[in-house]
Design a protein around this ligand. Structure first.
Ligand code: SF4
Ligand code: SF4
Ligand code: FES
Length: 511
């Protein structure tokens, strides 16, 4: 066993962890969650809430697991009578002034104060029903953050995030003792591009998102692992849906990409996933009008157009399309003289100063790198010019399309933009929340996203649409799942060789 590993037991379970590990983290290795409030792995240790009290053999009194390092032979007991009564006392103290407003609190159902009180708090208060709890009015802290001081347990996670991670120290602990509350600098506002993280970090319902305010109860939500489409950083997120509507975006930890955080641009970038004006059936042109049809007819029409393309084709694709879709779109043109391009919307870069290599990136699309690896270029103007000659033009979900062509326009998208109304065929596809797929972020990390809600009408994932078109065109086997689509891609594109969905897992892998 290497010298820098330390052996200890937590609740009788032996574990070996690197020297310097905190007891609270070692306990996780043993499958034990020590109750805690102020501790967060993405923030400096503060040791202020005292909720993580544990019994350590030979120590003269209870120790806080979040600020105690492991030692060889240490014996930690989280469930001894002494440890449980210590934590029960801490909870009683926290609840003296905490209002009993769980029924109207957004955090209810995902509140650590609720959970730990249920798990190991006192069954009833020892205070008289006449005791008047502390009261302070709700404060507006910033564009998307409300502060409800009555619920605050002064864990200082929000203060430490703004000070040590965002490096914009606008929050503080004002006053002392039972009058203490979180203050905001008189000229400050919580409008930093990453400020919304304080809402996720707050273990109780004291910091709330205005955007999510009273939208849903936590237990009504379905959750799906996804990847943010707001820029090329590729932050890992969870999409929360309620009755098939995306209602909230939250960070999903990935230490290699976004640690525990997302920026506010990404957090708010979800309403378009719920658009009601979707294309719901394949459309084919008959005379001057587009008519709804079934997939078989639509595939036949596109296949005959491809066969009659005169050997030339142009693909104008979205850098928000999945890697699988971009791969099968290009496979359609095998044997043709073709060019493919995508255009990038650019914005301002906004780094999170305390975390290396994490920023809202100027490139506001998740899969520009994936498109490049698959042979699409960035000379969009040249591709649009080429589209004007007698080629077939395939457009993949590009809402700003303004292409005139003497050939046939095939539009594959989620909504039908004005500039594509003259298309010969329109094929409806799922958006990122409605399918499985992968993106490649700016650092070459391939990451999976999962389906969060159902696609409307006959809309299908773009990889399925293109793979079925390939079958109509040239035979071969059907592709049944996104995993199979990715396997085909990995088998034929060198950069992806050896990768598969199981290998990518929830954290992704580099190309
Ligand atoms: S507002 Fe929330 S995160 Fe900030 S100190 Fe209070 S309980 Fe902690
Ligand atoms: S940095 Fe980019 S990927 Fe990350 S949350 Fe913001 S917009 Fe999304
Ligand atoms: S979590 Fe250890 S003192 Fe707060």
């Amino acid at each position: 066993m290497p010298d820098d590993l330390v052996n200890l037991t937590v609740d009788g379970v032996p574990v070996s962890v690197p020297k310097g590990t905190l007891v609270i983290e070692a306990a996780k290795q043993a499958g034990v969650l020590v109750p805690h409030y102020c501790y967060h792995p993405g923030l400096p240790v503060a040791g202020v809430c005292r909720m993580c009290l544990v019994d350590i053999e030979k120590a003269p009194k209870l120790q806080i697991a979040c600020a105690t390092q492991v030692a060889e032979g240490m014996v930690v007991r989280t469930q001894s009578a002494q440890a449980k009564s210590g934590r029960m006392g801490v909870l009683e103290l926290l609840l003296i002034n905490h209002p009993l407003d769980c029924p109207i609190c957004d955090q209810a159902g995902e509140c650590e104060l609720q959970d730990f009180t249920f798990q190991e708090g006192r069954p009833a208060t020892r205070y008289s029903p006449d005791y008047a709890k502390r009261f302070n009015p709700v404060e507006d802290f910033g564009p998307d953050v409300l502060y409800v001081p009555n619920r605050c347990i002064l864990c200082t996670r929000c203060v430490r995030f703004m000070e040590d991670v965002a490096k914009e120290p606008v929050l503080n602990v004002s006053e002392r003792g039972d009058r203490a509350y979180i203050g905001i600098h008189s000229e400050g506002r919580l409008d930093h591009p990453w400020a919304g993280n304080v809402v996720d970090l707050c273990p109780v319902g004291s910091l709330l998102s205005k955007d999510f305010l009273h939208k849903a109860r936590a237990w009504e939500l379905d959750k799906a692992a996804s990847i943010c489409t707001g820029c090329s950083q590729g932050c890992n997120i969870t999409l929360d849906t309620r009755e098939n509507v995306v209602v909230r975006v939250r960070p999903r930890p990935n230490l290699e990409v976004n640690r525990y955080f997302i920026c506010d641009h990404g957090r708010m970038n979800y309403r378009w996933m719920n658009r009601g004006d979707r294309i719901e059936a394949p459309l084919v042109r008959r005379g001057s009008e587009l008519h709804a049809t079934d997939w078989d007819e639509a595939f036949d029409v596109v296949a005959s157009r491809l066969r009659g393309a005169g050997g030339k084709a142009v693909a104008l694709v979205s850098p928000k399309a999945s890697t699988e879709a971009l791969y099968f779109a290009r496979e359609l043109f095998r044997g043709l003289e073709w060019s493919g391009a995508f255009q990038l919307v650019m914005g301002e870069e906004a780094p999170l100063a305390g975390v290396p290599n994490l920023a809202l990136r100027a490139e506001r699309a998740p899969n520009g790198r994936g498109a490049e690896l698959l042979g699409y270029g960035q000379d969009y103007a040249a591709a649009v010019a080429a589209a004007e000659t007698a080629s077939l033009v395939l457009v993949l979900d590009e809402p700003d399309i303004a292409v005139r062509t003497a050939g046939a326009l095939i539009y594959v998208g989620t909504v039908l933009p004005e500039g594509a109304r003259h298309a010969q065929v329109v094929l409806p596809i799922a958006n990122v929340a409605e399918e499985e797929g992968t993106f490649v972020n700016r650092d070459g990390r391939v990451q999976r996203y999962f389906q969060a809600k159902a696609a409307p009408g006959m809309a299908r994932p773009a990889w399925w649409v293109f793979s079925e078109l390939l079958v109509t065109l040239s035979g071969g086997g059907h592709v049944g799942t996104a995993a199979e689509a990715f396997d085909r891609l990995a088998a034929s594109v060198e950069a992806f060789r050896g990768l598969s969905y199981p290998r990518l897992g929830f954290a992704g892998a580099s190309v």
